[in-house]
Each structure stands twice: as C-alpha cells, then as structure tokens.
Design a protein around this ligand. Structure first.
Ligand code: FDA
Length: 400
C-alpha cells in the first residue's frame, strides 16, 4: 500500500474513549476504513476506572429526562435507536457477566476492563466485513484542517485524510487522565457554538463560614438534595471540604454559583413526626429523637444548631414545627465545586443546535461529527453518560 493509500481513511475518529470506540466498531463493521486516534497510550481510560472499576455501563431507566442540555429533546433520536437493551445484548454476546446494583444501574460482575476489551474486539471484527479499524495511540493531534470536502489531521509528522471527522475527545473533566477541551477548540474553529462547560457530578465545597457541615467530615446519611426544582434522594457524605455522595453529585449538575442547595435531612419521616415523638416519648429530647433516625454526630450537631435542649414535653408545638420545617429544607450555599479535577463529567459542550440529532453531524460542515461527552448533553449519575456515549457513537457510526 502506498503512503497515500495508507493515510487515507473513510473516517478519522479523534478520541478512543467510550463513544469513539463504539463509533469505530460500528463503522468498521459497515466496511469502513477507520483511524481511531488518541493521545493516551491505551484506549478507554475512563471506562477502566468507571463505576469503581466495574463500569456502570448503562441504566435500564434511561429516558430523555435523565439528561441535561440546552435542548433536552436532542437526545431522543440516538437513545431511541440504540437502547440499553442493545448494549446489554452486546455485553452478553461477549459473555460478560453483569448485575443490577440499584436504581437501574448495571455493572460488570468482574472488571470494567472487559468493556474496553469488548469494544476492541468489535473494532477487530471490521476486517471480516471488508473494513478496518486502525488504532493510532499515544498520538498528539497537532492540526486539523478541512479543504475540498476532506479533513486532514496532522499527527506529528504523519498527515491523514478522510471525508468524515468524528470528534470524540470528551470533556475536560479529570485532566490528569488525558481529558481536554480539544473538542470545543475544533467546534469553534468550524464555527459551531459551545455551551459554557461546567464541572458536573462533582463534590460541592463550603466556605469557612459554614461551621455546621464542616465539622461533620466522614458522616453519611440519606437525604433529598434539591437545587431549584430538581431533587435527588440518595446518600450525602460530609467531607472536610464540603459535601459529596451520590445525592450531592447529582444536584451539582444543576447547581450554579450563588445558588442555595436545600437538604431534606429526614426524607423517610412524614410531616408531624416531631409532634408524634412528643406525644409518644414526652421525656425525650430533640437530640435523642434525631439520633433515632440519623448518625449520632449529625443528630448532635443539628440539635445544637436548632437550640432546643429541653424535653419535647416542654417544647411548644410551634417550635417543633419550625424545627421540622428547617430539617426538611436545610439550606446552605456552597462556595464552589471541586472543579474539573474531580468532576465525573462536564455539563455544556458543543451546542446541539449546530448538530443533526440523527447522525451527530454538524449542520453546516458536512462530514464533521461530534459524539459523547463533547456534546452539550450530560446524564445523571448511574450509567446514563455511558449510554449516551454508546448511543451517539452508534448513531455516528451508522453514517460514516
Ligand atoms: P472519554 O473521556 O471516554 O474519551 C475521550 C478520549 O479522548 C480519551 O481517551 C482521551 O484520552 C481522548 N482525548 C482527549 N483529548 C484529546 C486530545 N487533545 N488529543 C487526543 N486524544 C484526546 N459514566 C457512566 O455512565 N457510568 C460510570 O460508572 C461512570 N463512572 C465514571 C467514573 C469517573 C471517575 C469518571 C471521571 C467518569 C465516569 N463516568 C461514568 C463518565 C464517563 O466516563 C464519561 O461520560 C464517558 O467516558 C464519556 O465518553 P466519551 O467517549 O465521550 O469521552
């Protein structure tokens, strides 16, 4: 094969992560010659560490309302055409054992590495269909250009060309794993808009003036955490810097600087529970009543803060009602997040207004596609982000 032929592909995919590997396998099995490029030396770095090493690879409750985007309808087409059942079918065809953990979240029984290996095998299958997926790993991308309907990508000294360029380089969350905002640079360069990227699924931090929660480092409890109208009932964890745990990570995606977060600290109890406690156990104190439902340290801190130290029998009902209301919507104002260094995903990204939802192609730049986390589409915690990566990768792969 001449150098020219060796460097000419049907599609060049930038980013050998979840979405890029999926798109490469799909296109390769449709007989396409694909080059899959990554600056990391191994593919799928985030898959490997995901889900505590077991990869929460999808969620059987996947639905458009589990995603954030400036256009929440954009997600429908790809999610409808490549569903969690499709990905489960793939996982099972590769003999990978899995289980449902909670809230529809599916994990590998063994290791997340099995998912990376599976995607690699899917890429290898291309050769049986007359296609090919060539990996170019450890390759910095030095330039991207477009002329005469062809994309030219410089990989150091090597220059490769294709009619399709798929940008699957994800978002900037966890830069130490090789994450970058490269997709946004490419988008801007080709005139696409980028919705302001923000860290999401990220712990929230508290200022020095927040004296209550900062003393509770290590305590975990079930809460409903609300940012505006959106609430999540899961565990919250107090940390030395602020709050974390699934409920907090979930609301962090909806939180904006300056907003307050409200915690229902006793989501299992019905209104009037303190009056009932007073009736049934008049000699008890608020602290002991709280300790029946909350970790000791939290019960003590909250009772101190509410400053109701007398026995419930000697506490007026209206004071109990006020305490209950405060416990059901304990408001605090984070001073920030732990940022992209700790964020599992990025909210915002390449604007869906500039993309075709069927094949993820730029409306005004034929052949240019954006998939996965690079796009302004972000799922809740719980396997939704991978489902979007698979579905958008599949949708683009069909069009290459
Ligand atoms: P992804 O980040 O997977 O891939 C992008 C690729 O592009 C990377 O290989 C990167 O090296 C490469 N790249 C970036 N910039 C480049 C450049 N300039 N040049 C060349 N290559 C470049 N989701 C979920 O659904 N279930 C889960 O269990 C988890 N768990 C989880 C844990 C942790 C710690 C994190 C950080 C994230 C998760 N996620 C998750 C989120 C999930 O990992 C994420 O949504 C997907 O990996 C996004 O897939 P993409 O293919 O879009 O990007």
């Amino acid at each position: 094969m001449s150098d020219n032929a060796r460097d000419t592909f049907d599609a060049i995919i930038l980013g050998a992560g979840a979405a890029g590997m999926m798109a490469a396998g799909v296109a390769g099995q449709r007989g396409r010659r694909v080059l899959l490029v990554d600056h990391n030396r191994t593919p799928g770095a985030k898959i490997v560490i995901s889900g505590g090493g077991r990869c929460n690879f999808t969620n059987i409750g996947t639905a458009p309302d589990r995603f954030l985007s400036a256009n929440p309808h954009f997600v429908r087409s790809a999610l409808g055409r490549y569903t969690p059942a499709d990905f489960i079918g793939l996982v099972e065809a590769h003999g990978i054992a899995w289980h449902e953990k909670t809230l529809g979240q599916l994990f590998c029984d063994g290791s997340a590495r099995q998912i990376v290996a599976m995607l690699g095998v899917e890429c290898e299958k291309a050769s049986a269909q007359g296609g090919a997926v060539e990996f170019a790993l450890g390759q910095p991308i030095t330039d991207v250009d477009h002329a005469d309907g062809l994309f030219r990508v410089a990989l150091g000294a090597r220059s490769v060309i294709a009619a399709h360029l798929v940008v699957a380089t994800g978002g900037p969350s966890i830069p130490k794993m090789g994450a970058t905002g490269f997709a946004y640079e490419v988008a801007r360069r080709f005139g696409l808009k980028v919705v302001e990227p923000r860290p999401a699924l990220v712990p929230l931090t508290l200022g020095q003036d927040e004296t209550l929660f900062r003393t509770l480092s290590g305590v975990a409890t079930e809460v409903v955490a609300r940012a505006g109208a959106t609430g999540f009932r899961e565990a919250a964890l107090f940390t030395h810097r602020g709050l974390s745990g699934p409920a907090i990570l979930q609301v962090s995606s909806y939180w904006r600087h300056g907003d307050a977060i409200a915690l229902d600290l006793l989501p299992t109890l019905s209104p009037g529970w303190l009056r009932s406690a007073k009736r049934d156990h008049p000699r008890t104190t608020l602290r002991r009543a709280l300790a029946a439902h909350l970790p000791d340290r939290l019960a003590e801190a909250l009772a101190d803060r509410l400053a109701l130290s007398t026995e419930l029998a000697n506490t007026p009902d209206r004071a109990l009602d006020a305490a209950e209301a405060q416990l059901a919507a304990w408001s605090f104002r984070p001073n920030g997040t732990e940022g992209f260094a700790k964020a599992e995903v990025t909210v915002g990204g390449v604007s869906t207004a500039d993309l075709n939802q069927r094949d993820m192609q730029a409306r005004r730049v034929p052949g240019l596609h954006f998939i996965g986390e690079a796009v302004d589409l972000t799922g809740w915690l719980g396997g939704y982000n991978f489902q979007w990566a698979w579905a958008s990768g599949w949708a683009a792969g069909q069009a290459l």
